[in-house]
Design a protein around this ligand. Structure first.
Ligand SMILES: [Fe+2]
Length: 378
């Protein structure tokens, strides 16, 4: 389709919006495809009623407590399922200490890759490839069918993303080159020597493997430890990337679309990281996320850490859901607060799914009521 205009549009998206008017971006393909910017008298989020299930939602995962262990065997391995479709599952998972080191188990997912995002806690994860450390802010990518064992001395809370129809890959880097927003050298590879050092020191022995396949569990046992690799080579292995090693892409002149914050891509969804950065400097630049309709993608945003100025009553551990094509954008107070801000100080993980996400029934326990009303001026 050709680029076209009607009426009085702006010259540059997200900039020079006439005083008192609002810009709304409507885009296909996660804003990579055809996009239009509409200059409106009023934001589309000014609704006073929504009848039906399709609406923006907010959840508080802090309510998913450590002792909230489900009776199901599968959820013992994967945690509490939150959202799912054919391509992905998003869960909230606690890994707790207390298991004797000589009775630890290996976990293996035959249904897809797992990406663990560490929200709190720290520890190590062991695999045949070596040991990896994790702290809050670590993405841990565990390819399909690779057995691994968590070793923690304090409770660790993860957002767990299961990739069911593809494998995680780096984002399309386009014109920013191969080393932005993260350098491939920032990926941490497993340490094989460190694995055996840790196992010796902590007297770790792993003789049981629990495998998830078509969402059923199978357990296999061994007479000796499953970790006995003396060496390996190849380009398949688990790895970590810490948020601190992602260099956010920005323009000092204009607000860039969320796609520049893509950290990992997969079939049917992307995982993005929103990180602290300076605000745009141009006087007429929009400095808050624009009102938008992401017409093809359901958006999940998990608030990990920092000061979430763009929303009221928001704390770390909360998660928002904005269904595809549903208009959303900054809250009224954010427009005021942003005037005195010189930088953002929030860390969040966004999962954008090309196909609609279903909500697990359990999510209702964590839902914060009336979030859809939160754009109303108070
Ligand atoms: Fe959005």
């Amino acid at each position: 389709m050709y680029h076209s205009t009607q009426g009085r549009p702006t010259r540059q998206g997200h900039k020079g919006i006439p005083e008192g008017l609002f810009e709304e971006e409507q885009g296909l393909d996660g804003f990579y495809g055809p996009v239009s910017h509409l200059i409106k008298e009023r934001p589309s989020t000014r609704w006073n009623s929504i009848e039906g299930n399709l609406k923006p939602r907010m959840f508080d995962l802090v309510k998913h407590l450590k002792n909230d262990v489900s009776a199901s065997e599968v959820s013992g391995l994967t945690g509490q399922r939150l959202f799912y479709n054919n391509d992905l599952t998003v869960s909230s998972l606690w890994i707790l200490p207390g298991v004797n080191p000589d009775q630890l188990e290996s976990r293996r997912n035959a249904d897809g890759d797992w990406m663990y995002f560490c929200h709190s806690g720290r520890g190590q994860v062991l695999s045949e490839y070596g040991v990896l450390d994790f702290t809050p802010g670590t993405y841990l990518v565990m390819p399909k069918c690779i057995g691994h064992t968590f070793f923690v001395k304090e409770p660790a809370h993860f957002l767990l993303i299961e990739n069911r129809t593809s494998h995680f890959r780096e984002p399309d880097r386009g014109i920013v080159g191969r080393h932005a927003p993260w350098d491939p050298n920032a990926l941490v590879k497993p340490d094989l020597e460190g694995l055996y050092e840790l196992m010796r020191k902590e007297k770790i022995d792993v003789r049981t493997v629990r495998i998830k396949h078509v969402d059923e569990l199978t357990t296999i046992g061994y007479d000796d430890c499953v970790y006995d690799v003396q060496g390996w080579k190849g380009d398949l292995f688990p790895y970590t990337l810490h948020m601190d090693h992602i260099m956010p892409i920005m323009s000092h002149r204009v607000h860039l679309p969320p796609s520049v914050h893509t950290t990992f891509a997969a079939r049917g969804f992307v995982v993005c990281s929103f990180l602290p950065r300076p605000m745009e400097e141009d006087k007429d630049a929009l400095r808050v996320p624009f009102y938008h309709q992401n017409i093809d993608y359901d958006e999940i945003l998990f608030y990990h850490d920092g000061d979430f100025f763009s929303r009221d009553n928001l704390h770390a551990g909360m998660m928002s859901f904005h269904p595809a094509g549903f208009p959303h954008g900054p809250h009224p107070k954010a427009m005021e607060r942003v005037k005195t801000k010189t930088h953002t100080d929030e860390k969040a993980v966004m999962i954008d799914s090309r196909w609609p996400l279903k909500r697990d029934e359990a999510l209702a326990r964590f839902e914060v009521g009336d979030y859809w009303k939160s754009w109303k001026k108070k």
